[in-house]
Design a protein around this ligand. Structure first.
Ligand code: CMP
Length: 139
């Protein structure tokens, strides 16, 4: 897990709150380069597919509802040790547990509305990035 590419999504509540700029500034200032970026909206079906691994879990329906509720910003990022460094930058999945100064601590509203996604492995970065960017294999 030490590749140079990761995938992130700024989630609907953070986009709606106009946090896209401040979040991207933090990402850039932490040494990540933007390789591809897109403002788009997931349909309910696409959100179900993206989060298929969580199907059946108690939070799944709320997660799909939320993730399809408004525009998201999908981004491919490059930096040495991208996966681990990005997960450190965004903080714990549950913002209640996130360290001070992390993106989720600053911008998240709740466990589901946690502002931002970060891939958890090189393999998932490729799968998730390919979900939004046809050129993913080239990065
Ligand atoms: P993320 O890791 O980006 O993608 C899956 C999301 O599911 C996760 O962020 C959280 O927003 C959400 N999630 C995971 N576990 C829970 C939980 N126990 N309760 C509510 N939401 C959750």
């Amino acid at each position: 897990m030490n590749g140079s590419i990761t995938f992130t999504m700024i989630k609907p509540s953070a986009v709606e709150s106009n946090f896209t700029g401040p979040i991207l500034k933090m990402i850039n200032e932490s040494g990540f380069r933007i390789k591809a970026i897109k403002l788009t909206q997931l349909s309910k079906e696409r959100a179900e597919a993206f989060y298929g691994v969580h199907a059946g879990k108690p939070f799944f329906d709320g997660l799909v509802e939320f993730m399809s509720s408004g525009p998201i910003v999908a981004v491919i990022l490059e930096k040495e040790n991208a996966i681990l460094d990005f997960r450190t930058l965004i903080g714990s999945t549950n913002p209640a547990d996130a360290a001070p100064g992390t993106i989720r601590k600053i911008f998240a509203k709740s466990f589901t509305e946690n502002a931002i996604h970060g891939s958890d492995s090189d393999e998932n970065a490729l799968i998730e990035g390919s979900f939004f960017f046809s050129e993913m294999e080239q990065f």
